[in-house]
Design a protein around this ligand. Structure first.
Ligand code: SAM
Length: 239
């Protein structure tokens, strides 16, 4: 399987991704602002508006990292669980929650590919900028489907491939030249950001990823592209 520019054994990928996020955890929030010019905030706002958490619902924010999505859903009457494979990312999130006086979130370490939650236990499943880091994406999608109740909704925010002519090339040039440098400057770590950029380039395009979601059992799948699909919200329902 691909790990950035390299190929690694399937058994190795999850550990390598783990090293990346352990390395970037402390600087993760500042780096997002630096790399996206603050735009990730708008994408996440829009994403959470689509999810619309309702009173009494159980929501699973998978690959929730330092809590950006969960914090945007608060205050809410829903019960939100933030799950992530990486303890360091969760630690940063728990500290941020404490600073903000948010004590209603449940934080738990979990691999999206094999969840220990009961079948049909959530009303909504969200995953933002997480799925492309998962080694076995079909396994994660099928687990998402399993843990959702009937009528449950799936939402994924992820980088994709823009269809705007020229914009893709511009973005490619920006991301390959500048992002590792910004990573070096802010986080002292260019390699992790090289991986993150390359993982974006290798992620399936919108129609392909939508069909993977359908294959996992979701219906009424939809894609909402932003900036021509540079970033996209994919969604679907479990019936
Ligand atoms: N959702 C957060 C956000 O939007 O700011 C964090 C996104 S961060 C780019 C990606 C996260 O995916 C990391 O916290 C990483 O630990 C997590 N991750 C990677 N592989 C995972 C897996 N197999 N299961 C659960 N989380 C995973």
């Amino acid at each position: 399987v691909s790990f950035g520019y390299q190929d690694v054994a399937v058994s190795e990928k999850t550990a390598r991704v783990g090293e990346v996020f352990t390395s970037v955890a402390r600087n993760y929030d500042r780096m997002n602002d630096a790399m996206s010019g603050g735009m990730h905030r708008l994408w996440k706002d829009r994403f959470v508006r689509r999810v619309k958490p309702r009173a009494g619902e159980f929501i699973l924010d998978m690959a929730g990292g330092t809590g950006d999505i969960a914090f945007r859903m608060e205050p809410s009457e829903a019960q939100i669980t933030v799950a992530d494979i990486n303890a360091e990312m969760l630690e940063v999130g728990i500290a941020r929650a404490a600073e903000r006086g948010i004590d209603t979130l449940v934080w738990t370490q979990a691999n999206a590919e094999s969840l220990t939650f009961d079948t049909k236990s959530f009303d909504a499943y969200t995953i933002a900028f997480g799925i492309r880091n998962v080694t076995d994406i079909p396994a994660a999608l099928s687990e998402a489907h399993r843990v959702l109740k009937r009528g449950g909704r799936f939402f994924c925010l992820e980088f994709s491939t823009t269809v705007w002519p020229g914009f893709g090339d511009l973005y490619d040039a920006y991301s390959h030249k500048l992002v590792p440098r910004i990573g070096q400057m802010i986080a002292g770590d260019a390699d992790s950001y090289r991986y993150l950029i390359e993982s974006i380039r290798r992620f399936p395009d919108m129609p392909t990823f939508e069909s993977m979601i359908a294959k996992a059992g979701f219906v009424q799948t939809r894609v909402e592209p932003m900036l021509g699909g540079l970033v996209a919200i994919h969604s679907g329902w479990k019936i």
